[in-house]
Design a binder for this molecule. Structure first.
Ligand code: PXP
Length: 252
C-alpha cells in the first residue's frame, strides 16, 4: 500500500486528560462550562480530514469517560475505534456502544500510557472469545501487539481482522542505535501479519519527526496517533495539527 493511502486515526484521550486535570470532580450536565471538550475536538479532527477517532476508556477513567464515548458515538461521522482492556466489563460497554472497531490493549493501572503489547498467545481463549463476541455484534477487532512472530501468529488465529503494531519501542529508540533493529522488527512484523491475512495498523509514540520513516513500513493501513497531535494543537490549533500530520503521512 502506498503511503498516500495510509489512514489517520486521531486518539483524543489527552484532550480529556486536560479536562480531568481541572474538572475531575465536577458534574458534566449539559450546559456546564467544562473545557476542553473531547467531542468538539473530535469533530474538528474530522473536519481537518482525520479518517477515524480513537479513545481508550480506561478502568480508572483517568481521561476519556464512558459518557464521552456515548456522545462520540452520537456525533462523529467517521469511524469510532475504541481501545479496551480484555475485560468482560469493557466488552459489555463495547457491545452497548457499537464502535466500528475495538482495539484490545493490555492495561495496568500503574502505567502512564499503554506500555507493552497485548499477550494474545498467553490468553488466547479470552481474546478469541472477545473477537467472536464483537464480530457477532458487527464490530471489527484489532489487537495491539508487539511485532513478535508468536503474537502475530496467535492474533491471526483469533479471527481478528487487524493488528495494530506497537511502535513504542521504535519511537523510544529513535535517537539511539536500537532504532534500526526496532524498525526492522516492525517491517518483518508487518510482512508476516499481511501474509497471514491481517490488516496492519500501527501506533504509539508516532510524532511529526518519526512518521516519515514509519510510513515506509510496508502494508500499513492506518496510523493511530494521539499525544503528538494534541501537543501540536496547543501551538497551532487542532486543524493545522491534523492537516500537517496528514501531509507527512502522504509524504508531502
Ligand atoms: N494506539 C494504541 C493502542 C494506544 O494505546 C495509544 C496510546 O493511547 C496510541 C495508539 C497512541 O499513542 P500516542 O498517544 O503515543 O500517539
Amino acid at each position: 500500500m502506498s503511503s498516500q493511502s495510509i489512514l489517520l486515526g486521531v486518539n483524543i484521550d489527552h484532550v480529556a486528560t486536560v479536562r480531568e486535570a481541572r474538572y475531575k470532580e465536577s458534574p458534566r450536565a449539559c450546559g456546564q462550562f467544562v473545557e476542553p471538550d473531547p467531542v468538539t475536538i473530535a469533530l474538528l479532527c474530522e473536519k481537518a480530514g482525520a479518517h477515524g477517532i480513537t479513545v481508550h476508556p480506561r478502568e480508572d477513567a483517568r481521561h476519556i469517560q464512558k459518557a464521552d464515548v456515548r456522545r462520540l458515538r452520537e456525533c462523529i461521522q467517521t469511524r469510532l475505534n475504541m481501545e479496551m482492556a480484555a475485560t468482560d466489563e469493557m466488552l459489555a460497554f463495547a457491545l452497548e456502544i457499537l464502535p466500528e472497531t475495538i482495539c484490545v490493549v493490555p492495561e495496568s493501572r500503574e502505567e502512564v500510557t499503554t506500555e507493552g503489547g497485548l499477550d494474545v498467545a498467553g490468553q488466547f481463549d479470552r481474546i478469541e472469545r472477545i473477537v467472536k463476541a464483537a464480530a457477532d455484534a458487527g464490530i471489527e477487532t484489532s489487537l495491539f501487539i508487539d511485532p513478535d512472530q508468536n503474537q502475530i501468529e496467535a492474533s491471526a488465529k483469533t479471527g481478528a481482522k487487524y493488528v495494530e503494531l506497537h511502535t513504542g519501542a521504535y519511537a523510544n529508540a529513535y535517537y539511539s542505535k536500537e532504532r534500526g533493529p526496532e524498525y526492522d522488527r516492525l517491517v518483518a512484523g508487518a510482512e508476516l501479519a499481511a501474509e497471514l491475512g491481517l490488516v496492519v495498523n500501527a501506533g504509539h509514540g508516532i510524532n511529526y519527526v518519526n512518521v516519515s520513516e514509519v510510513i515506509t513500513i510496508p502494508f500499513l493501513n492506518e496510523l493511530n496517533i494521539g499525544h503528538s497531535i494534541i501537543s501540536r494543537a496547543l501551538f497551532f490549533g487542532i486543524d493545522e495539527a491534523v492537516r500537517e500530520m496528514k501531509a507527512l503521512i502522504a509524504g508531502v
